[in-house]
Ligand binder design. Sequence first.
Ligand SMILES: Nc1ncnc2c1ncn2[C@@H]1O[C@H](COP(=O)(O)OP(=O)(O)OP(=O)(O)O)[C@@H](O)[C@H]1O
Ligand SMILES: [Mg+2]
Length: 340
Amino acid sequence: MKLEGDRLKGIIDAIEPIKDPEIGLSIVKLRMIDSVEEENGKTKVNIKLTVPGCPLSSTIEKDVKKALKERGYDDVEVNFGFMTKKELDDIKDVIRKERITMPQSIERYEKKSIKKIIAVYSAKGGVGKSTVVKLLAETANSMGYKTGILDCDISGPSITSLFNIKERAYADKDEKIIPVIKDGIEIMSVDMLTDVEAIIWRGPLVSSAIKQMYNDTNWGELDILFLDLPPGTSDAPITVFQSIPVDGTVIVTTPQELSNLIGKKTIVVAKSLNIPVIGVIENMSYFVCKKCGEKNEIGSSSVKISLPMLAKLPFFNDLNADKEESIKGLKIAIGRIVSG
Ligand SMILES: Nc1ncnc2c1ncn2[C@@H]1O[C@H](COP(=O)(O)OP(=O)(O)OP(=O)(O)O)[C@@H](O)[C@H]1O
Ligand SMILES: [Mg+2]
């Protein structure tokens, strides 16, 4: 028989303090309790997991049994099912809100020997974040700064193909991962890790993968580490902002997107987590006529924004052939990043 009313509330109250070990929030708040039943003196708690095959379900089971035993429930059975995609989407908002209001409870990794950690991101996909990360890193490197890139895009990594990297990273004797060095830049991406999977994939969630890539890589001494974020305000950027000691963010946009920028959730998120927004890089801002050399603005960038404009980059016909001009423009941005 399904429990309802006060009897159900008593059980829910007992379970409330139990946290999902991976997400770090109450399993009740995460709407993981599907139902509670009672049958021949046995109490059955039916729980919906966020990830099928979650290796941490046994921890939840143990915690639930312990909490209920303290309330006098001796015969308890915990059953597991999985959330539907819709249910998962619904709890994402809960996770976001809870995490923003409780940033102090999130584990924060140490800075290591890295002077500046800079996240490059935007709410919208495909505006050129990864391209800008590559150009920023090349500019910083050309200015003599020791530079690294952590590709935080786990499901759509693009840094390895932008740098034409075929090598795999490998682990040293302390089980730390040695990043691939390309043109003097230290690079780490999930793409490079197939051979050291066992070290990296301890948790099933993307956020764990990002945190572990940051933490388990032997970066050595760096002046700047750029983080290439996936688009949007999903768990991945929030994990980065909360767990990695980010010094500041650079927002990439295009002229078409600029008008939508102010009030974008991403800026709100960065600000509410106390991450300074260093400024904006407007990508695909103009194109240069091949015949006459004239600069033509693309779209309207007349919208005033309250954030510093760090650089405007052209629409490239060929990124590698045309990048010298941009690198000149990006030196000012690097100056601001380093001094900020
Ligand atoms: N300034 C530019 N001129 C011409 N093409 C560009 C420019 N910037 C980026 N692109 C192209 O636009 C596409 C998207 O760029 P990129 O992958 O850097 O965007 P992104 O914001 O990182 O995307 P995602 O949100 O998927 O991570 C790529 O094909 C890239 O080559
Ligand atoms: Mg990208």
